[in-house]
Design a protein. Sequence first.
Length: 347
Amino acid sequence: MVISNKQIQEDLKTINLEDIIDIEFLQTFQDNFAEAVGVASIAVDMSGKPVTKPSNFTDFCMKYTRGSDVGNKRCMECDRKGGEESARTGKPAIYECHAGLVDFGAPIMLEGKQIGSILGGQVLTSPPDEVYYRKVAQEIGVDPDEYIVALREIRQLPRQSLESAANVLYLVANTLSKVWYQQHKLKNMAGAINDSMVQISATMQELAASASDVSNNQSSLNGEIKNVSIVSGKINDVMDFIKEIADETRLLGLNAAIEAARAGDAGLGFGVVAQEIRKLSGDSKQTVGKIKEFTMIIQDSVNKTVTMGNATSMTVEQQAAAIEEVTASIEEVTSMAENLYALANEA
């Protein structure tokens, strides 16, 4: 079975990030990576809805900046712009948020179509200007002193390191999406193959049963034809018997004519009768010959029918045997398709 490009495009229209990526695996990888590198990270779908839990998010962002209505709106606008840039280029985008931290957005692509993003960062690439951050705290309505305490916990990373971290997450997420999408297609194909093979197997079994019925019917027909042949033989026996009677009648009529001739005028009437008897005997003999000719034609046709019937029976038997072999092969392929389907569904 071949999956067409049209089917792939239709599939991509409805597919979700959760459909093709093992979220539990992605979460574990994301948590460990974020902890090891010291960056925050989260995966979201195309609507911006998180599909993983936040990894290594800072209090500076979550408790204070995003905890403020004003700050949260500014953060969402930054994320939107970063997401647009990464979607436009198809590559990770590094950007500075309104609060002065450096973030990244990495698109998760599938067959050239974006199906989600990995967002993260929440780091500094240079020492912070605390005066600036006190001003930001006042703008978003949070305590400046608490904001500065949280700021001092932010990790500083070289921009190049942040770019490398974003690229690693981008490569891993996109590789996983590609691999799992191939598994998704494989599962669909395996299911379709399995369904088709089951249907074919059922059809072949029906054909085998039909061939068996035809073979049985042909055997019965051959039996009836043999009975006709036997009856034809018996008719010939009766015809031979009638012929013998006709011969004897003719001989009897001849003898009667001789005796009538000896009797002279007194035997004239009897001679006429004897002549009619011989004529009737001749007609009977001729009729018997025609009937026998017809029965021989019937016998010949019956023999030909038997021969053709035997040939048909042999052909049907060969077809039934071939169908059984094909059915056995299909059952073997079906078993493999079931194994393929099971493998495709393994987590």
